[in-house]
Every structure is written in C-alpha cells, then in structure tokens.
Design a binder for this molecule. Structure first.
Ligand SMILES: *Cc1c(COP(=O)(O)O)cnc(C)c1O
Length: 364
C-alpha cells in the first residue's frame, strides 16, 4: 500500500517502524493472546507498558528525579484550566506570555480562576515573531508564568527560555516536545498533547516538579488534581492505555535512532532544506521573523488566495497531504514533526518549484 506524506499539524504522521511494530502486535501482544486495546490497565501485562513509557521518556528528556511524569486525558486544552487550578496559591495571580492562539486560549481560560496578566505579547506583530520577555515583565509574586514554546498555527518558536527568577515557568510544548533536547530543570511544569509528536490523540503528558503538587483547592475535580494523579501513577481511573503503548513505542524508536540529539539534527536538516528554499526565491513568502522560525511548523503563502487554494489542492492530489494553513491564518503550513522523513520535505520542495513555474502570479 502506498503511504502519503502527511503534513498535518495534528494528529500527524507516526514513524513507519512504530506503526509496523504496533501492527505486528495488534492481535496478540507478546503471546498474551490479546491486543493492548483489550487489556486491563491493572494487569501484569500492562504494567510494564506504562512504566516502560515513563522510563523511556525520562531517559530521553533526562527528567530529574524530583519531577513527576503524568499520563492524562483532556488534551492540552484541559491543561489550560488544570494549570491554574493546581498552581495558583491563595492570592491567585499568574502571568501569561501571549505568542499565538493557543497561548491566548490558555490565558483566557486562566482568567476564570484569578488575577491573570499578560506579561508580553506579539499580537501587534500578527504573531509572526515571539515576544521578547524581560525579567521585569514578570510580577515577582506571580504563582507561575505560562508560555507556549512552539506556536503551531503561526509557525513560530521561542529561541530562548524566558528568565522568570523564582517564579515557576510553565510551558505548553504540544508541538515541539521530543523534537530536541530541553533543560527540564528550567521549567516548573511542561505539558503536551500527544498527537503532534508522540502518539495518537488521547493522552496528554505532564512533567511537573514535586513542589508544585498538592496545591489544588477543595473544589477541584479529582480527575483534575495533579497530586491525586501522581499518587496513583496516572491510574486513578482507566488511563488511555493504547495511546500510552503507542507513546512507549515512539519513545523507544527515538532512543533507537540516537535520542533527542539525533532527532534534533534531523529536524534542523529538514527545516533548513525548506527555509533555505523559501529564502532562495520570491514566489512563496515565509512571513515569520527569521529568528522565531519554528522547526516543526513551516508557514508560507503565495500572496494570492486563489493560488494558495490551488496549491493545497494539487499538492494533495500529488500525495502531499494537509498543507492548507490553519483556518485563522490561511496560506500553507507544512508540519514536519519527528516522523516526517527527509524524503517528504524533498518531495514538497520539488512540488513547490514545479507549481511556481506552472502558475505565474496575476501581478507578474
Ligand atoms: C494542538 C495544540 C493544542 C491543543 O491540543 P488539544 O490536545 O487538541 O487540546 C494546544 N497547544 C498547542 C501548542 C498545540 O499545538
């Protein structure tokens, strides 16, 4: 069967080796006579799966002992509420860095729970760059500072970690987790929905420092209390068993190729191919400020809406799927997460060159 190059922002491509492994084990997982999908989460066969997923992620990201790893549900969007519900102290104030749609949503959601301030925003620049955050932008008594590390929709990424002093930094890493090494110690909490770089949709990873647990108020639902989830090893209720199994396979695949250093090298290579091409011509325009360019989501436009539409349609027919930009931004977006092979990016560039030749702009 022919597989396409899927440039979707999420759910997105998974490594072929992982899909093949899952397929081989689908009906009879390692002699158990059943699929992982059919397995009790409390069974001795399942325990090594969830424990193994956590252990592999800890090795990959070099997660210190004093951080808990949680496998939750509700997507990254539920974290927009869980973060304030768990991290706000009695005076209930936190600061938000607004660098795109998801950080804006997180900010709006948090406003329901306390005194939220926007520490910095790049809305004025149409979110084509990330904001410069100075330590003086942060209120020293804030309970935490929230940021979105890679802005999936606008194709921007923080090229630095904001300095927040003693105020814990919380990062939404949904679209860049495991794409390169990060210094976990610099963050109080990292969260990520799985469906961009880790697994199918359905599990959300939370990496949280011990001292931030146990502050949820009495009215916080049990399912939204990090401490309860941590105390129960993410098995307070039935976890998303299959997704966690797939995450384990992806983490092991990353380890097998050489870990996050190696995937970073590959991701940089793929992104450079595409950005170098974009910079070498003037048919397609890359609107993002060079310093803030995302390695995962590459946004570009022709400048003519009709051509953009034609591009996405014809690319799809040529096996290059889901290149249409987000509905709020338009244009094109190529999401080139870990699982996108170099060949996919090469095929895209070849298609772009041919499209530019065949479709002169009306103004030219
Ligand atoms: C996709 C995405 C989200 C939303 O994730 P859900 O799992 O659909 O809730 C939030 N933040 C970022 C950065 C994303 O890329």
């Amino acid at each position: 069967m022919e597989r396409v190059f899927n440039f979707s922002a999420g759910p997105s491509m998974l490594p072929l080796e992982v899909l093949e492994k899952a397929k081989a084990d689908l009906l009879n997982y390692q002699g158990t006579g059943m699929s992982v999908m059919e397995m009790s989460h409390r069974s001795p066969d399942y325990e090594p799966i969830i424990k193994g997923a956590e252990a592999a992620l800890r090795r990959l990201m070099n997660i210190p002992e004093n951080y808990k790893v949680l496998f939750l549900q509700g997507g990254a969007s539920l974290q927009f509420a869980m973060v304030p519900l768990n991290l706000l102290s009695d005076h209930k104030c936190a600061d938000y860095i607004v660098s795109g749609q998801f950080s804006k949503k997180a900010y709006q959601e948090a406003k329901k729970y306390g005194d939220m301030a926007c520490a910095a925003s790049s809305a004025g620049a149409g979110f084509t760059a990330v904001p410069e955050v100075k330590p003086s932008d942060i209120r020293p008594d804030a309970d935490y500072v929230h940021m979105c590390f890679n802005n999936t929709i606008y194709g921007t990424k923080f090229y630095y970690i904001p300095e927040t002093g003693n105020v814990p930094l919380v990062a939404d890493m949904s679209s860049c987790i495991c794409s390169e090494p990060v210094d976990v110690k610099k963050f109080g909490l990292i969260y990520a929905g799985a469906q961009k770089n880790i697994a199918p949709a359905g599990v959300t990873i939370v990496i949280v420092r011990d001292d931030l647990l146990g502050h949820a108020g009495e009215t916080v639902p049990a399912m939204m209390d990090y401490k309860l989830m941590a105390d129960n090893d993410s098995m307070y209720n039935t976890p998303p068993c299959w997704c966690i199994y797939m995450a384990k396979l992806v983490f092991e695949w990353l380890e097998s190729i050489g870990g996050l250093e190696e995937i970073k090298r590959r991701n940089e290579y793929k992104a450079a191919l595409l950005y170098d091409y974009l910079d070498s011509q003037d048919y397609f325009i890359a609107p993002v400020d060079k310093k803030s360019r995302s390695m995962m989501n590459v946004v570009f436009v022709t400048g003519e809406e009709e051509l953009d539409k034609k591009f996405a349609k014809e690319a799809s027919a040529a096996g290059l799927k889901n290149l249409k930009g987000h509905r709020s931004v338009g244009g094109m977006r190529a999401s080139i997460y870990n699982a996108m092979p170099v060949e996919g990016v090469e095929a895209l560039i070849k298609f772009m060159k041919e499209f530019a030749e065949k479709n002169p702009k009306s103004a030219q």
